[in-house]
Design a protein around this ligand. Structure first.
Ligand code: PHE
Length: 455
């Protein structure tokens, strides 16, 4: 078998991992959650979750991947041979597969909306028009499948180009572009005449809105947003060099991901409040980026339509870039597994995974139209994939990774991998291991029980 590739640089390692983390979770799901959970107070809880939960688990995924130089299922087999731990890796591959199928549907919608923005189709329309446009488009039996397929193929071609020439090169170009677009959009948004109320909403915490549910939502969001619990980051870390600083990479990725999520809030809320839109759950619910925002952008830039036109295009471009750097990590986690465990050529395994995901993706795409009434356990195929993967498999995966790194993994490997054989000083690692053992598993158990509706 050909020699395993590595990423060519340390900054490349940070940018690919940040690319996986930054996605629809930051620009769409985080503002939705913030809007529904009372603004600044939610952001504080979210940051606490990143520190307590996200950082230790990300370190664990990185160290497991880099130590074994193996796909996520193979990694557990190497570190704990002849045990059932390999199922943690396999579970991750399954989560990656499920998320890839339905995430690409929404990613496809962003392509359609970018097209509408470019064609200036938003001009002069009201929120009622946008509701109709979205309902018509998402229920169409053909268009969403076409856009989804375009997304699958784009992801496929980047991944088959290879770890270095495909994934790393693409992320290195796209992540800076993504950051620049984000900053430009923030500047436009916070300068709107009535942006103040939106900024206030993000900066002044109202703790009366917080309850147990908020905390648990924030934990779930931290997981999804950091791409934790399914071995994506473990797979990427298997391409890291021996001298990559895993601690610095973890802090950088968590910092970039959180910064982009908060900046997305500063794009969306000043514009929403400027339009005088009340924050009803419907406005900031899942339809936020396809119904509320196009209409908000119209109102916000009514006196400067050219800026509004460019703003809308840049916003959907931002969503496309962010989604694409995430979907390549989803394909790669499954692809690395099929390629290495079944000894299939990399390009062939990628093609197989792409075609199978596309097949199931069709059912997800049609869940908003002809298959709306086809339900399993009361959920459409799209809903089922999302529920099983995000609400059950990711937290279970995260809990298992935490238990593995905290209890099962030899302490010597834990400390030497994270400190590059003692070259880096990190006295706080004892605290990290303590959290992996005693704090994180019960905390995630709580999220999980909440997600499946026990509370
Ligand atoms: N973190 C990505 C986002 O924020 C989603 C994702 C989840 C990517 C799981 C890879 C794995 O959109």
């Amino acid at each position: 078998m050909a020699k395993r590739e590595n990423f060519s640089s340390k900054i490349g390692a940070i940018l690919v991992a940040a690319g996986s983390a930054v996605g629809l979770g930051n620009i769409w799901r985080f503002p939705v959650e913030t809007g529904q959970n009372g603004g600044a107070a939610y952001i504080i809880i979210y940051i606490a979750c990143i520190i307590v939960l996200g950082i230790p688990i990300m370190m664990s995924e990185f160290l497991i991947g880099r130590n074994t130089h193996s796909n996520t299922a193979g990694a557990y087999q190497k570190l704990a041979p002849n045990t059932q731990w390999k199922w943690v890796g396999r579970l991750g591959v399954l989560s990656g597969f499920l998320i890839y199928c339905y995430y690409s549907v929404v990613a496809g919608w962003t392509l359609e909306y970018a097209g509408l923005a470019i064609g200036n189709q938003f001009e002069g329309k009201q929120i009622e028009d946008f509701k109709l446009i979205f309902a018509d488009f998402s229920a169409d039996p053909v268009l969403p499948i076409v856009f989804m397929a375009v997304f699958f193929l784009a992801t496929h071609f980047i991944v088959v180009k290879g770890v270095k020439d495909g994934i790393e090169r693409f992320s290195k170009m796209m992540m800076p572009a993504l950051f620049v677009i984000t900053v430009v959009l923030v500047i436009c948004s916070v300068n709107l005449p009535k942006a103040g109320a939106g900024i206030d909403f993000l900066l002044h915490p109202d703790f009366s809105k917080l309850n147990g549910g908020t905390v648990l939502n924030a934990m779930g969001q931290a997981f999804f947003s950091l791409s934790l619990g399914l071995g994506c980051l473990c797979t990427y870390a298997s391409y890291f060099d021996k001298d990559t600083n895993l601690l610095k990479t973890t802090f950088s990725v968590c910092g970039i991901d959180t910064a982009i999520a908060i900046l997305a809030g500063f794009i969306i809320f000043p514009a929403v409040f400027n339009a005088g839109m009340s924050l009803s759950p419907e406005d900031v619910g899942p339809s936020l980026i396809f119904i509320t925002l196009p209409s908000v952008f119209q109102e916000a830039f009514v006196s400067a339509p050219v800026i509004g036109y460019v703003f809308s295009i840049m916003f959907y471009l931002l969503l496309i870039l962010a989604s694409l750097t995430s979907t390549i990590s989803m394909l790669e986690v499954v692809n690395a597994y099929v390629h290495e465990e079944f000894h299939i050529k990399r390009s062939t395994s990628a093609l197989i995974v792409t075609l199978v995901c596309m097949f199931f993706g069709v059912f997800c795409a049609l869940s908003f139209g002809v298959l709306r009434d086809f339900t399993i356990c009361g959920m459409t195929v799209f809903g089922l994939f999302d529920y099983v993967a995000s609400n059950i498999l990711l937290p279970v995966g995260g809990m298992c990774i935490s238990i593995f790194a905290g209890w099962k993994l030899n302490g010597r490997i834990f400390y030497s991998e994270l400190t590059n054989d003692g070259c880096l000083r990190a006295p706080y690692l004892k605290v990290v291991r303590f959290m992996l053992r005693y704090i994180i598993p019960p905390a995630i158990a709580l999220v999980l029980l909440n997600m499946i509706g026990v509370f």
